[in-house]
Design a protein around this ligand. Structure first.
Ligand SMILES: *Cc1c(COP(=O)(O)O)cnc(C)c1O
Length: 380
């Protein structure tokens, strides 16, 4: 074991040990989920554990683990777990913004952001949007209280320069939040790049089995995080102990999964790029992708999502139907590959034939062969 602590260890080592308590004789390595609405609490009602909406020991272990992965070596950082990614996203936006404030969102971000926008506007908050690519959000920063970044963006996979945007935002007195769902903490460390908050859905690759919803916020401890904690208490969007425990168990394999899934995603992206038809493939790890230069500076792995565009909706539907190893399903990041025609939801500005493919942990050769066969069969 490396004596310099988690910050000096490799990703695999940190992932398998993240958040584990000191060993206690006859206790399990990772204590089981604590199912408790309340705790024995005689006398003064002080924590750490009072009532189940405020704190839970199973969350504490998970929050420590995520903090060790998101911000290794950074002092004074706090993580809060939430019931879903959107609970975490909303906790930051609604706890930090007041009527009369302005916020900058990406115009090409997660499909629920337009709903959030409407809600923010109904509270008298000014919402400005700009695309992720080309750091276009820089142009609308003046006077904003908060900058919300999503990089790589879902589903278009554009990338922006977190450090550059964070510096510009801080120079104008704005806070910076980065949605780190697609990259995961092992792909990118927003706090190290200058952001105030890393926010993510743990529903996707972080937990990786497509069986739980979860979210988290990691931020510099202090006033801003106190407001996020207060918001969680007010809204009550807390994770169940079972979900929190399953998430923690899944973190142990995050490095293994992320490594395999991003390597296979690159192989799939190369297959699509080299296909005789022009499929407009996007993957930040492809050296010729428009995002690659910035991505290579700030990302340590390029993620498991590849996007591309088939010429028509019918062709995309035939392609998805022809796949045998890839489930036609939404979400991404799981150990089983999934793909979907993103336009079917109507929320993203994408062409009808746009496909978002999430690469799982299958053998790369099998997956590439399946994609090639489905491309051929769907063309006929
Ligand atoms: C899925 C997702 C969310 C929302 O997470 P849920 O767990 O579904 O609430 C937020 N941001 C991004 C980028 C996502 O992909």
């Amino acid at each position: 074991m490396n004596d310099a602590g988690p910050a000096a260890q490799g990703d695999d080592t940190r992932a398998v040990r993240a958040g584990l308590p000191e060993p206690v004789k006859y206790e399990p390595t990772l204590p089981g989920p604590v199912f408790a609405a309340h705790f024995h609490l005689p006398g003064e009602p002080t924590g750490p554990y009072t009532y189940g909406r405020d704190e839970n020991p199973t969350w504490t272990h998970l929050e420590r683990a995520i903090g060790e992965l998101e911000a290794p070596g950074l002092d004074g950082v706090e993580t809060l777990a939430f019931a879903s990614g959107m609970a975490a996203v909303s906790a930051v936006l609604f706890s930090q913004l007041r009527a009369g404030d302005a916020v900058v969102l990406p115009s090409d971000g997660y499909q629920a952001l337009p709903l959030v926008r409407t809600q923010l506007e109904s509270y008298g908050i000014e919402v400005r949007t700009a695309p992720t690519g080309g750091d276009a959000q820089l142009d609308v920063l003046d006077g904003a209280r908060l900058l919300w970044i999503e990089t790589p963006s879902n589903p278009g996979l554009d990338v922006c320069d977190i450090r550059r945007l964070a510096e510009a935002a801080h120079a104008r007195g704005a806070l910076v939040a980065v949605d780190n769902t697609l990259a995961t903490p092992l792909g990118q460390r927003p706090l190290h790049l200058g952001a105030d908050f890393a926010v993510a859905s743990g529903t996707k690759q972080l937990t990786g089995h497509g069986d739980i919803l979860l979210g988290y916020v990691t931020g510099r401890a202090g006033g801003a995080m106190t407001a996020v904690r207060r918001w969680r208490k007010i809204v009550g969007a807390i994770p169940g102990p079972m979900e929190a425990w399953l998430a923690h168990r899944s973190l142990a394999t995050l490095a293994l999964r992320a490594e395999r899934q991003s390597a296979t995603a690159l192989a799939v992206a190369e297959t699509l790029r080299d296909w005789p038809e022009d499929l407009g493939v996007r993957y930040p790890g492809l050296p010729d992708d428009p995002s690659h230069t910035v991505a290579a500076r700030q990302m340590r792995r390029y993620g498991c999502v590849v996007s591309f565009t088939l010429p028509t909706r019918a062709r995309a539907e035939r392609f998805l139907e022809a796949l045998r190893l890839v489930d036609d399903a939404t979400s991404f990041g799981g150990v089983r590959s999934t793909a979907e025609r993103r336009g079917r939801w109507g929320g993203d500005a994408v062409p009808e034939g746009f496909v978002r493919l999430s690469v799982g942990a299958e053998d790369p050769e099998d997956l590439v062969a399946d994609v090639r066969r489905a491309l051929r069969e769907s063309a006929e």
